[in-house]
Ligand binder design. Sequence first.
Ligand SMILES: [Ca+2]
Ligand SMILES: [Ca+2]
Length: 309
Amino acid sequence: MILNTQFSGLFALILCFASHSSAIKANAHETCGLEKKDLGTFVRVPSGLFIKNKKPMYPEEGKPTSLRVDSFEIQSHEVTNSQFQKFITETGYVTEAERSERQNRADSGSAVFSVSEKSERGKKTTPSPSPGWRLISGATWKSPLGPDTNIEGKDYFPVVHVSMKDAKAYASWSKTRIPTENEWEYAASLGLIDSENQTSGAYNKKGNPIANTWQGIFPSLNSGVDGFLEAAPVGCYQPTAIGLFDMIGNIWEWTNTPLDSRRNVIKGGSFLCSHDFCKRFRPAARQFQEKDFSTNHLGFRVVRDIEHD
Ligand SMILES: [Ca+2]
Ligand SMILES: [Ca+2]
């Protein structure tokens, strides 16, 4: 990561999620999620037409546009720590965040959004004095919240703190690729319970959460009504209409679609997306992330090509 790029990315995140005092109710249950037999399952997405940017809400989403997407297969869930560990074990790959640590650079580390101390443990704790984004030296995919943390017992949590280069390296090793923005949005749109309601991937008709986003007042109060204050194991929520887990929410996902030479489009929103602050838990929502930047709310899933029907 280049120093200026690193801090410009972090600055952008800080602007997006300004900090205030926090009051947290933790209610995480880490044993839900995907069954072992379903790890690495791919779902076929048929060729078809769809309306990209349907019912846009923010200027960056653009106008509704009809597009055709060829068929492909997409992993039913975000790439997990266990999958990424296998890649690392077989290849010895070093992620960009890890490399910055080894080089002892001034901009070493990765961005972490601090919600509260030990918030996943389901205990009442003293809220962090100023929840928000911080560049944490020692935060890597193996230590998501900083050097004193680890992923023990979190095999099925989505891998985070991965840059675009890291995600592509995994995809190359697994003989897959990173989806384009159109592919990702098409697959997410097909999965909506109500295709006319862009928020129906996150909330049902009764207004109850069906994905891991943020309930409450961002960033001062995360009520955790959906069961998680931070990332959840993959597959804890109901699959979409085409059998995909966590397309909406949990963690943002890289796409292979560039915005410019420095940034790529990311999709889906994360556990930090709130109704009152930014409704980016919709298929049309898009954000832009520096390709060499990594955070604890951004990961990826992979796709693979098939013969077109
Ligand atoms: Ca949540
Ligand atoms: Ca996701």
